[in-house]
Design a binder for this molecule. Structure first.
Ligand code: UDP
Ligand code: MG
Length: 335
């Protein structure tokens, strides 16, 4: 393990890391997952055992307001396996919030978020860790196929990535979910972003750092059913787009400009026509000209307001202005 991977920093929550702290934290958000917990632990434990000689682990469950036996099951597993930790949220806040809670409280020198339904196969963990030990700060796990997902989900997901990447300032990689590895440095950077409505995938891209990548086959859910309804996914998509782009606000400046120009030209045409040939309907020309010109000016003015609102939005998120990857100060030359 490289020295920089062991040197720990202070997290936002002030998580002070000591020598006994695990080197890798698995963050597992769970919402009504009583059917999946034991299968998950059964699958993940042997994988961790096989890597353990080199690396210690912490499995941090974030219980996102489950109403079933999820909490009880995790606590009884934790009684036997001391590397299991649990954070109970007071109600269901959604996966994005649960994951953030996990990131802020993870103590590992590297962090891997993964789903409990075994759609993020635990076997892949060792590959992620290998790349990390080789020096990567971020290792993405890209799914080769989405056979586990329905036709509709694949189509909607694809169109979302297309729209998002066309609009957002920082594109997100397609077919890479939340299943990745982050070095402590990257986790701290993500936790520094100040916004409240968080769309993790976009934040993960925004903080930068060079990403390595491995691919895997994504299986279907092992037990239970997806906790995401299409309505929830739609809201998540909107959150993602509006949180990452001010284009929907600013576009009106340009539409307004084009409208104003076009209507001015058209007004001129009607004006000349009326002067030269007269007009059968009195008042028609002046009314139409007024409607067109004011419509265009209105839209343009909306766009200007949009520019300001967009800037206010950027400010209130309180993101850091930059994130330093490394710093090599000049060595002294006078001795
Ligand atoms: N999840 C959560 N809160 C929610 C919805 C989901 O913590 O409001 C967890 C869920 O328990 C699972 C993970 O997020 O561990 C992924 O959820 P799911 O498998 O339902 O999503 P999909 O794989 O269909 O995208
Ligand atoms: Mg799933």
């Amino acid at each position: 393990m490289s020295a920089s991977n062991i040197v720990h920093l202070l997290g936002d929550d002030g998580v002070k890391l000591d020598k006994r702290a695990p080197s890798v934290t698995l963050i597992v958000p769970v919402f009504n997952e009583e059917a999946s917990i034991s299968a998950f632990l059964g699958k993940v434990t042997p994988v961790l055992e096989s890597i353990r000689p080199r690396i210690s682990f912490e499995i941090l469950f974030v219980n996102d307001g489950s109403q079933d036996a999820t909490e009880r099951l995790i606590l009884s597993a934790a009684a036997e396996q001391k590397e299991i930790g649990l954070i109970n949220l007071s109600r269901n806040f959604g996966k994005e919030a649960a994951l953030f809670a996990g990131l802020r409280n993870a103590r590992g020198a590297a962090v891997i978020p993964l789903d409990v339904d075994l759609q993020d196969p635990p076997e892949v963990i060792s590959g992620l860790i290998e790349r990390w030990l080789a020096g990567a700060k971020v290792v993405n796990a890209r799914r080769k196929c989405r056979d586990g997902d329905s036709w509709l989900k694949r189509v909607t997901a694809n169109s979302f990535y297309r729209v998002f990447n066309a609009m957002a300032e920082q594109p997100i990689p397609q077919d890479v979910g939340d299943f990745r590895l982050f070095d402590r440095e990257v986790v701290d950077a993500i936790c520094q972003l100040g916004e409240r409505s968080r769309f993790n995938k976009a934040l993960f891209s925004w903080v930068g750092f060079e990403a390595d990548e491995i691919t895997y086959e994504r299986p279907a859910r092992a037990a239970g059913e997806s906790r995401w309804s299409y309505w929830k996914l739609w809201k998540l998509a909107l959150d993602g787009i509006f949180a990452s782009s001010t284009l929907p606000l600013r576009i009106w400046t340009y539409i307004g400009m084009v409208m104003a120009l076009a209507s001015l030209t058209y007004s001129f045409v009607i004006f000349v026509q009326t002067i030269l040939f007269g007009n059968d309907v009195p008042g028609y020309a002046s009314t139409l000209i007024l409607i067109l010109v004011f419509g265009g000016i209105n839209m343009f003015a909306l766009g200007i307001i949009g520019e300001y609102v967009g800037r206010i939005y950027t400010e209130v998120r309180q993101r850091p202005v930059y994130i330093v990857r490394s710093h090599h100060p000049a060595s002294h030359t006078d001795d």
